[in-house]
Design a binder for this molecule. Structure first.
Ligand code: B12
Ligand code: SF4
Length: 425
């Protein structure tokens, strides 16, 4: 039986405020992708080891004396010369593995690649396999530039990755769909693998491998994949093939109840990029929650043009306390350029409907606006509205950089809905 180590992508990083970093520890957790793969591998009797870079990052900031707000009781200070990369490298498991799989996300891809190089140095026999959203879109370029990487599994890997491991002992793995690999000096890109049509067949992610889960209070839980919209900047529409899928309400509730009972969790961040596109299905879930009598709170992501008052109220009754709206830009012109095409006047109204100050529903709203677009062509009123909503807003850069003020939350009061609407560009 092959020994397997899975390394998560870093999703929290050192450009953010120390308090947020500490808070992020309670919000993040090992990635669902990696935990799902771990659960699938266990079904085939593998016993994968997980290296959680977010947890290591939290350990790392606790050692950094330039961050006064972090509790570092009983911890020796960090050597000024130590970087997070060298910290992680020194914390990689000492044992050798047959396969090391690294997940990836754009913001921390350089770190992932440096770690792959380090793993190749210390563990020359291991097959090094990358997966996740970033490696999937830069597969050929990565294999051309980084000889340390053997294979990239593109897109959804729930079926591909375990099958790949099974086939490794023969040449047959080279014909598998969904992989990009190197043969001699040539990079070969096999056709795409199919998506997982029935998500109910996937196991609950191996949450027991997330060592801080009990401290978090809440957790991300995947409820579906695939958004049919075609915003030009978005990687998930392509990654999940624009094929909208949802787990069944009974499966979603069963997962929630099992996590609630086993880990004492009360909040569930339901992961789907565009949950509310199928109104009937959202209503079916809400009805099932209300019928079950289970008490928990949850959040989700939605577009402002796929939500209405009636739905907001039902969702709130079923425990929804937060919605993440990706607005991206306050400029109506740029809404068209990026093919998001939100009507900003309507967006302002919808957001105001769910505003805790005036709403019946009383949501905690998170807005996502791409910083650069906001500054260049944006609408000050949108920013002011975000400010007025007071909690949970995020203004983020498209590509995070060290030293950037991302994310941040403002709390000053802003204008009201009519004022916002009147300044739309
Ligand atoms: C939850 C989430 C977060 C959480 C992460 C919490 C956590 N620890 O997991 C938080 C809020 C912290 C976060 C932060 C960011 N995020 Co985010 N996030 C997501 C979201 C909504 C869900 C991720 C998820 O769990 N998906 C479900 C799992 C099952 O899918 P998956 O992770 O893709 O895994 C599958 C495959 O990728 C593959 N796979 C994954 N890992 C591996 C490893 C191996 C070895 C193999 C073979 C396969 C494989 O198999 C899995 C099963 O099929 C995704 C969008 C989405 N729907 O996926 C965006 C997403 C991952 N985020 C994204 C971005 C851009 C960010 C930020 C950079 C935003 C910013 N500007 O600050 C930051 C990261 C900061 C940093 N340091 O870089 C982008 C990444 C794009 C890219 N090209 O990499 C995504 C895809 C959103 C988007 N629409 O573009 N995010
Ligand atoms: S609506 Fe959201 S998830 Fe869908 S393509 Fe646009 S940005 Fe991506």
């Amino acid at each position: 039986m092959k020994s397997i180590c899975l390394v998560t992508a870093l999703t929290v990083s050192d450009f953010i405020d120390p308090d947020l970093t500490a808070g992020a520890n309670s919000n993040t957790g090992a990635q669902l992708g990696v935990l799902t793969l771990a659960a699938l591998l266990r079904q085939q009797a593998y016993d994968p080891c997980i290296v959680n870079l977010d947890d290591l990052f939290f350990e790392f900031v606790r050692l950094d004396t330039t961050r006064p707000s972090i509790n570092r009781e009983g911890v020796a200070p960090l050597q000024p010369s130590e970087s997070f990369y060298s910290f992680v490298a020194s914390h990689l498991p000492a044992q050798s593995f047959d396969v090391v799989g690294l997940s990836s996300i754009c913001g921390s891809y350089p770190l992932t690649l440096r770690l792959a190089q380090e793993i190749r140095r210390t563990n020359p026999q291991a097959k090094i396999i990358l997966g996740g959203p970033q490696a999937s879109v830069v597969d050929v370029a990565t294999l051309n530039a980084f000889p340390c990487v053997d294979i990239i599994v593109r897109g959804e890997a729930d079926d591909t990755f375990p099958s790949l491991l099974e086939l490794f002992d023969s040449e047959a793995w080279q014909t598998m769909p969904g992989i990009t690999f190197r043969r001699d000096n040539e990079v070969i890109r096999n056709p795409n693998a199919p998506v997982v049509e029935n998500l109910d067949r996937l196991p609950l992610p191996a949450f027991d491998l997330d060592l801080r889960l009990k401290d978090r209070g809440g957790v991300h839980l995947e409820i579906g994949r695939g958004c049919p919209f075609a915003c030009t900047f978005c990687s998930t529409n392509d990654f999940f093939r624009r094929n909208f899928r949802l787990k069944s309400p009974s499966r979603m509730i069963a997962d929630i109840v099992s996590l609630k009972n086993e880990y004492g969790l009360g909040y569930f961040s339901l992961v789907h990029d565009m949950y509310t596109i199928d109104r009937k299905k959202v209503m079916a879930f809400c009805d099932a929650v209300l019928e079950s009598g289970e008490k928990f709170t949850w959040g989700c992501s939605a577009r402002t043009d796929c939500i209405d008052d009636e739905l907001l109220e039902l969702m709130a009754r079923a425990g929804c306390t937060g919605i993440f709206f990706g607005i991206e830009t306050g400029s109506q012109r740029l809404q068209h350029v990026i093919n998001k095409k939100l009507d900003l006047a309507e967006a302002v109204q919808r957001i105001a409907c769910a505003d805790p100050g005036r709403a019946r529903a009383g949501y905690d709203i998170a807005l996502w606006v791409v910083h650069d677009l906001l500054d260049r062509g944006g609408m000050p009123a949108m920013r002011q509205l975000m400010t007025r909503l007071g909690r949970g807003e995020t203004i983020a850069t498209a590509v995070p950089r060290n030293g950037d003020t991302c994310p941040r939350a403002d709390t000053a009061a802003g204008p009201d809905k009519e004022e916002c609407a009147s300044t739309l560009t």
